[in-house]
Write a protein that binds this ligand. Structure first.
Ligand SMILES: Cc1cc2nc3c(=O)[nH]c(=O)nc-3n(C[C@H](O)[C@H](O)[C@H](O)COP(=O)(O)OP(=O)(O)OC[C@H]3O[C@@H](n4cnc5c(N)ncnc54)[C@H](O)[C@@H]3O)c2cc1C
Ligand code: SF4
Ligand code: SF4
Ligand code: SF4
Length: 410
């Protein structure tokens, strides 16, 4: 059986694992009319080997975390919210430019540079935006410091990172790689490692990003439209960076447009309503903290570091010996500053708090509300969708105006 049933039941998150490992090259990732990446199967090429089905992170109601935890860490997690882990930290790159350009402290970029320079890896699977079509992301294998830096910053659009597993499977000699991905990417890779020894041998470092969902390409297009920018006028787009929490920067032929992180058009309002509904189900399963990575990274939301300065810091969970080793090497070269956290301090992080309260009635209602809205925002025909989103956007504007007036009265 192939992954056709995942596509039909709209459970696909567009991670690209199936396309990356198909031995017949029968799967290609295409952007569909909902603005999401979805696999397209060439039935003539498919031999029904079933491999794609086995690596898909969305195949089960809940991925068998016990089995995967046992194969990676040799144990099931003692802490059911953080997952298997050795230590928690907050930290940032000591390179101020890099830290300024990054999402939350530049830890991932700095660690990759350190791993490359110290010979632990020959390349890293990272994601940048395409130069010729700047609204489309491009996962690729970076083999120089410059290439690693070209991928700095979060991409808030669908990214089929794991299509590049093909390149790792076809790599020559004894090359070693790091991968950077969201929880669904890392789950797909870990599942593929169990079935395909070459992937297991070649990938030596898994850097996981926390994730509360990615937005459809419609999210970016909505922002462009509201700002009066034609897509063909966009020369480059950067979703995060320029300090913390930073802003989205759209470079056009005649102007540069900045949209601050907490803007109503962005994370302060409408943008999260463009999420792939599969992401809401994923959140419900509690995958947010990227539990199967060697090291997981999030913004320092809620931690002791959150308000210390405007350049940004990451919240870091190191889970394996290789994770601890690469953190120690990077620190030794004075390329990062990290502060170890107690368990109590780790629990201040928004993501862990979210997981710990996941089953509360309030959160369950919130999940249903979010799923409903995202499903209607994404799956409707274009006119209903536009109408629905405009109403929602105007309600948010009205709400913020009322809130501001209330504050003035006080
Ligand atoms: C879609 C998304 C949702 C997130 N949600 C949360 C959250 O809810 N809570 C939280 O605390 N943190 C979240 N984060 C993580 C946070 O924003 C930072 O990405 C993380 O802390 C790493 O920061 P950094 O400065 O070390 O990364 P950088 O040094 O800027 O490097 C970022 C790396 O991530 C890779 N990358 C960027 N976007 C993607 C993508 N979409 N898919 C795969 N790889 C990508 C790039 O290739 C690059 O190597 C999210 C990130 C993303 C991309
Ligand atoms: S069943 Fe096998 S051949 Fe067919 S698409 Fe999946 S991986 Fe490819
Ligand atoms: S492996 Fe990823 S891209 Fe392929 S069907 Fe499953 S979720 Fe979709
Ligand atoms: S919430 Fe994040 S990890 Fe989960 S399916 Fe969506 S993009 Fe992947």
């Amino acid at each position: 059986m192939n992954i056709e049933h995942i596509i039909k039941t709209r459970k696909c998150c567009g991670c690209g694992t199936c396309a990356g490992i198909c031995p017949k090259g029968a799967i290609e990732m295409k952007i569909n009319k909902m603005g999401l990446y979805i696999p397209e199967i060439d039935k003539k090429k498919c031999s029904n080997c079933g491999l794609c089905n086995k690596v898909c992170p969305q195949i089960d109601k809940k991925v068998d975390f016990n089995e995967l935890n046992n194969s990676i860490f040799n144990k099931t997690p003692e802490d059911k919210f953080i997952g298997n882990y050795i230590s928690g930290y907050v930290g940032y790159s000591t390179d101020k430019n890099l830290r300024f350009e990054a999402s939350s402290g530049g830890m991932i970029t700095q660690i990759l540079i350190s791993a490359l320079e110290s010979g632990i890896i020959d390349g890293a699977l990272v994601t940048r935006m395409k130069r010729d079509t700047p609204l489309i992301p491009e996962p690729f294998i970076a083999r120089t410091n410059e290439e690693i830096i070209s991928a700095i910053g979060s991409k808030y659009c669908p990214v089929p990172v794991n299509i590049m597993l093909k390149e790792i499977i076809n790599s020559k000699g004894d090359e070693k790689f790091a991968v950077v991905g969201l929880p669904c990417h890392i789950i797909g890779i870990r599942k593929a490692e169990i079935l395909i020894p070459k992937i297991r041998e070649r990938i030596v470092l898994h850097l996981g990003i926390f994730c509360s969902g990615t937005e459809s390409f419609f999210g970016t297009k909505f922002i462009l439209k509201k700002k009066g920018i034609k897509t063909e006028k966009v020369n480059s787009i950067k979703y995060r960076g320029m300090g913390w929490p930073g802003y989205m920067q759209i470079r056009c032929t005649n102007k540069i447009v900045k949209i601050f992180h907490h803007d109503l058009l962005y994370y302060g309002g409408i943008f999260p309503f463009f999420k792939n509904p599969t992401c809401i189900l994923c959140l419900k399963k509690g995958y947010i903290l990227n539990e199967l990575a060697d090291i997981s990274f999030g913004d320092a939301w809620g931690t002791i570091q959150e308000n210390i300065d405007a350049l940004g810091s990451s919240f870091i969970i190191s889970r394996t010996n290789i994770g601890e080793k690469i953190l120690a090497i990077t620190k030794e070269h004075s390329e990062i500053k990290i502060i170890k956290l107690s368990k109590k301090d780790c629990y201040l992080h928004n993501g862990i708090k979210w997981k710990a309260n996941q089953d509360s009635i309030g959160n369950r209602l919130y999940f249903h509300y979010l799923y409903f809205i995202n499903k209607y925002a994404i799956y409707q025909n274009k006119n209903i969708q536009k109408f629905f989103l405009l109403i929602l956007y105007n309600i948010l504007i009205l709400k913020s105006k009322l809130f501001r007036n209330k504050q003035k009265i006080k």
